[in-house]
Design a binder for this molecule. Sequence first.
Ligand code: C2E
Ligand code: CA
Ligand code: CA
Ligand code: CA
Length: 277
Amino acid sequence: AAKAAGRPWLRFTEDLDDRAGEKARLGADIRLAIDSEQFRLVYQPIVTLPAGDIVGVETLIRWQHPTRGFVSPVDFIPVAEENGLIVELGEWILRRACEQAVWWRDTLAGRAPLHVAVNVSARQLAEPDFARTVASVLASTGMISSNLTVEITETAVFGGGQAVETVKALRDLGVKISLDDFGTGHSSLGLLRTLPVDALKVDKQFVDTVTMAGEHAVIATALIQVADGLHLAAVAEGVETAEQAAELHRLGYRFAQGYHFGRPVEDPFREVALAVA
Ligand code: C2E
Ligand code: CA
Ligand code: CA
Ligand code: CA
């Protein structure tokens, strides 16, 4: 970029080229990572308030690349969405999470919750075959459909294809639908009239301010009222302190997730398993 000094437009185009190049390299690395099994899954507890009993877990993907090091899903999921690899990767995630859930069910027999949530992105939801893929994964892993929750964002629902039909088909299978990052979109409330969902995950940004004075808790309060009014479960996301948990409980939240209760780990039930053995 030295030759571009004094010619900022040239540097700008070079930066764009660099970024496009890096995105392409990252995309290629995702392909290699699928083939060489660099991805693993972690599971974060979803708990009741105020007791903190685990009622389920959310599946989150992790990528340790041999030279890049840890790559956040925030950085690579959008690239996998763009180049389409999310379809293959997403199916792998779903299958592994179901296998894990069935393993917990069989080894911990009643001592661990059965409920497992999996994030599904716009591209997957737009696939005409997605509901069939889920049905076949459920059948081949022995996972009971009502123990699976699919977490979707409203952007994914508006992402085109037959997303709404797919959500309905999933529900017909008995799969639970959870609306992720709720409150951050543009038409969340309108969507709830057309989309059959079972739960709302109230975004961390509304949890972060819930203990602050004044108007900061207004949205967290409004969202639990929406959930209650529509008979939907509400999960408060990103709870980091006991104060937040207490305040959310006071507002009427019955479910929560966050570092205060447990970070995402490979086996949140390890201790339970050791006790059973
Ligand atoms: P998300 O679905 O909203 O997931 C919640 C994120 O918040 C996770 O970040 C989780 O580790 C983090 N988190 C949970 N509790 C706390 C807390 O108390 N404090 C803070 N600061 N963070 C907390 P993560 O694992 O980095 O994932 C980020 C996003 O990447 C996810 O947001 C989701 O959109 C996407 N993602 C992750 N795994 C998958 C996957 O398997 N498939 C798809 N399609 N997307 C995924
Ligand atoms: Ca999620
Ligand atoms: Ca979320
Ligand atoms: Ca999020």
